[in-house]
Design a protein around this ligand. Structure first.
Ligand SMILES: CCCCCCCCCCCCCCCCCCCC(=O)SCCNC(=O)CCNC(=O)[C@H](O)C(C)(C)COP(=O)(O)OP(=O)(O)OC[C@H]1O[C@@H](n2cnc3c(N)ncnc32)[C@H](O)[C@@H]1OP(=O)(O)O
Ligand code: FAD
Length: 662
């Protein structure tokens, strides 16, 4: 059986699709998840979870209130605590993430930030002694932590954080203080009600000198009673667009005392007498953000995949309208418009995940290098992940919204669950650095790269930047995907140079650096997007070229073809400088034929992600495809349907109607 999802009793329309798939979905899962070993482990973990009934949802998420969601996730975490070691290798981050996604879903929970930022901050920022003291406790989940950096008045501009940590050599203590309302920490996930510790980022002050943002390990609550400690004001910031299983919080300090060794001191130090040692790289304290950004291509790719699993399966069972055969309505997946809506996003999702694997590995390597005193890779990874997180989150939002619309009316129902996926995913456009701001961070690097080329120092260009120094050449579009890479290189190069020239010219005309930068910013962000999309395309092609299995490679080449044609058309206005409108017409035709080629494998391509029904939490996207029965059962379970006559009818509507009858 090539598609391992085929099961007796499934909707025959889906079974038909699965039979059509030309490749083994287990083998594809091994490619997606980086190794056969991990793909197998994922399935084993999913299987083991299904044997623990207490880990199942007690009722559909979409019928739960916020309080119920928080309580449900805490209940499951306590069940999980009895089973960690039997379910996963607790030192394996990817296994842990899979377990969390399966059991707790994507709406957030008490440990969301503990695993993603609190522990990584201790790993990267605490010295050996401090790790000895806290890391084990955190990993054993004796304590729950979060990452408290953003303030009500400042998130992006870390240099303006107002929370102070003032060192007093006389007592060898820091005093943490929130001087104003705007200095309240605001947004940190799991801060409001769950965490009893936090890595707090505050402005370090010693003898009236401000040294800027530094991380501190801070106990927030009593370990026995969980009550806030004296001097701490903490609470939940209220409901959000999505991610409401998480208690994002606020936090204020009133002259809160902290022992000296609670500043995380792997890279910068404050001695007993107040002598300050600066870190080997000014931005080394930002590493936890880089860690999360380096994960985001993978995580966002998986968000998009979840929406696509739902939309593609649904499109294979939804019949509406006619093509040639007037005796039976067609599957909506057969419409070219539906394919155009969904397939380029499938391609992007694969591409994002392949990029994600690269950036996760780059971060892990950087962590080792920095520990060995080599910080030279920090700028490259910062630039790469800044651009990638911005492009990927934006395109994921677009893809999920298209998936919702592809499901027609049912996509708008919470039964599809797509709106929740959308709400959580697009949070990524904001968290870990607002997208425009992060595109501008990459732009700094691009501008510097052009300056290197201009001054004859091309040899010093960082990875991925050599194309900026190359001359424009004639492009032969018949020479395969590499030709499309050339189109992107031309377009990105031209835009990067154009934006840099504009910036330089404005400065030469007398504008200050900051004003000239601001007046070039839209062009600069365009340059960053094109550069990042070039990286995504190159990574996708490189990964697919490295695959040896013939049937897997064949379908992924079909997917690459959808990708390169779609992407070049999508940047048509930039590509027009290098590609004629006749060539664009021919790319259009190739896109339509590549959609057609991909069609028989569409369901198998999304099944290959092996996202369980439990993780998907979508009535519309279930593996069995019995959409209408499942939908009706779900609606009947709505709390509103537990009684024929609601109290509000008796209290308001009926008296109103009765009165009108008199
Ligand atoms: C293991 C199991 C895990 C289970 C978990 C289950 C989870 C399930 C998934 C659920 C998904 C949802 C998860 C939700 C998680 C949400 C997490 C969100 C957390 C946060 O949002 S934390 C707060 C984040 N905040 C930010 O990102 C702030 C953004 N701002 C900045 O980063 C900086 O202020 C900024 C913009 C970089 C500017 O900094 P600044 O100091 O002012 O620097 P300059 O602009 O002046 O630049 C100077 C110079 O420095 C270089 N630079 C900047 N940053 C870096 C860096 N990080 N590394 C290297 N170099 C850096 C910059 O490029 C400049 O260089 P030049 O050479 O040009 O001078
Ligand atoms: C779901 C979620 C979870 C979060 N979790 C955490 C957490 O765990 N811990 C934590 O500390 N924080 C967390 N945050 C906060 C988050 O990191 C910040 O909201 C984010 O960094 C953006 O900062 P801001 O809110 O200050 O936006 P602002 O910077 O105020 O952005 C507003 C607008 O101003 C623009 N802008 C700002 N500066 C510039 C500039 N220099 N140039 C051009 N335009 C600019 C932006 O592009 C944007 O359009 C979370 C946020 C969300 C939504």
């Amino acid at each position: 059986m090539l598609n391992k999802s085929i099961m007796d009793g499934d909707n025959p329309d889906l079974t038909e699709e699965r039979m059509k798939g030309a490749f083994d979905t287990d083998k594809m899962a091994a490619v997606i998840y980086g190794s056969e070993k991990f793909a197998i482990r994922r399935r084993e973990i999913t299987e083991s979870i299904s044997r623990i009934p207490q880990l199942a949802d007690s009722k559909p998420f979409s019928f739960m209130t916020r309080e119920e969601k928080i309580s449900e996730s805490c209940r499951k975490l306590s069940v999980l605590s009895e089973h960690w070691n039997q379910l996963i290798d607790t030192n394996n981050e990817e296994e842990a993430l899979h377990l969390y996604r399966e059991v707790l879903g994507l709406e957030g929970h008490a440990f969301s930030l503990h695993e993603t930022m609190f522990i990584p901050s201790l790993v990267a920022q605490a010295n050996d002694e401090q790790q000895e003291k806290w890391l084990g406790r955190a990993k054993r989940r004796e304590i729950i932590g979060c990452y408290a950096q953003t303030e009500m008045g400042h998130g992006t501009n870390l240099r303006a954080l107002e929370t102070t940590a003032t060192y007093y050599p006389s007592t060898q203590e820091f005093i943490l203080h929130t001087p104003t309302e705007t200095a309240l920490k605001w947004w940190p996930g799991a801060l409001g009600k769950s965490s009893n510790y936090a890595v707090v980022v505050a402005d370090l002050v010693i003898r009236d000198t401000h040294y800027g943002a530094h991380p501190f390990m801070v106990q927030l609550r009593d370990e026995k009673t969980h009550n806030p400690l004296p001097g701490i004001t903490v609470g939940d910031i209220g409901p959000k667009m999505a991610f409401n299983g998480a208690d994002n919080g606020f936090l204020g300090f009133n002259q809160y005392k902290l022992p000296r060794d609670h500043m995380l001191m792997r890279h910068s130090r404050v001695e007993e007498n107040g002598t300050y040692t600066k870190p080997p790289h000014a931005k080394i304290g930002y590493s936890s953000m880089v860690k999360v950004r380096s994960r985001m291509a993978m995580d966002q790719g998986l968000f998009m995949v979840s929406a696509l699993v739902i939309a593609v399966r649904y499109s294979a069972v939804r019949r509406q309208g006619f093509l040639d055969d007037k005796s039976r309505e067609v599957k909506v997946l057969d419409y070219q418009t539906q394919q155009h809506r969904l397939f380029p996003s499938i391609a992007r999702a694969y591409a994002f995940i392949f990029c994600g694997f690269e950036t996760i590995q780059l971060y892990d390597q950087l962590l080792i290098d920095v520990k060995n005193g080599d910080t030279s890779g920090m700028s490259d990874l910062h630039a790469l992940t800044s651009g990638l997180k911005s492009v990927v989150t934006h395109q994921t939002g677009e893809g999920i919204e298209q998936a919702r619309m592809a499901c027609g009316g049912h996509g708008y129902s919470m039964a599809s669950y797509i709106s929740e996926i959308y709400g959580v995913a697009i949070g990524g456009c904001t968290y870990e650095g607002e997208n425009m701001v992060m595109l501008l961070q990459l732009a700094r690097y691009l501008v510097k790269s052009v300056e290197l080329v201009k001054t004859g120092k091309s040899k010093e260009l960082g990875p991925m930047m050599n194309y900026l120094a190359e001359p424009d050449t004639q492009i032969d579009l018949t020479s395969g995907p590499e030709a499309y890479v050339k189109v992107f290189q031309h377009a990105a190069r031209r835009q990067v140079w154009k934006a840099t020239d504009k910036f330089h010219q404005l400065m030469e005309s007398g504008q200050s650096r900051d004003i000239a930068w601001n007046n070039s910013a839209v062009e600069l962000t365009r340059a960053s997007r094109l550069h990042t999309r070039l990286y995504i395309m190159e990574t996708f092609i490189r990964r697919v070229s490295s695959i040896s299995d013939v049937s897997i490679k064949k379908v992924l080449i079909d997917l690459v073809n959808v990708h390169v044609n779609y992407e070049v058309l999508d940047i048509g206005t930039y590509a027009l400088e290098h590609v004629s409108s006749t060539q664009l017409d021919s790319i259009r035709s190739q896109l339509y034929s590549s959609l057609d080629t991909l069609r028989p494998n569409a369901v198998s391509l999304i099944d290959s992600f092996q996202i369980s029904d439990m993780q998907l939490r979508s009535v519309l996207g279930r593996r069995d495809g019995h959409v209408y029965t499942n939908l009706f059962e779900w609606a009947k379970a709505s709390p509103l349907n537990q009684t024929h006559v609601l109290p509000s009818v008796n209290q308001y509507l009926k008296p109103m109607m009765d009165k009108a009858k008199l």
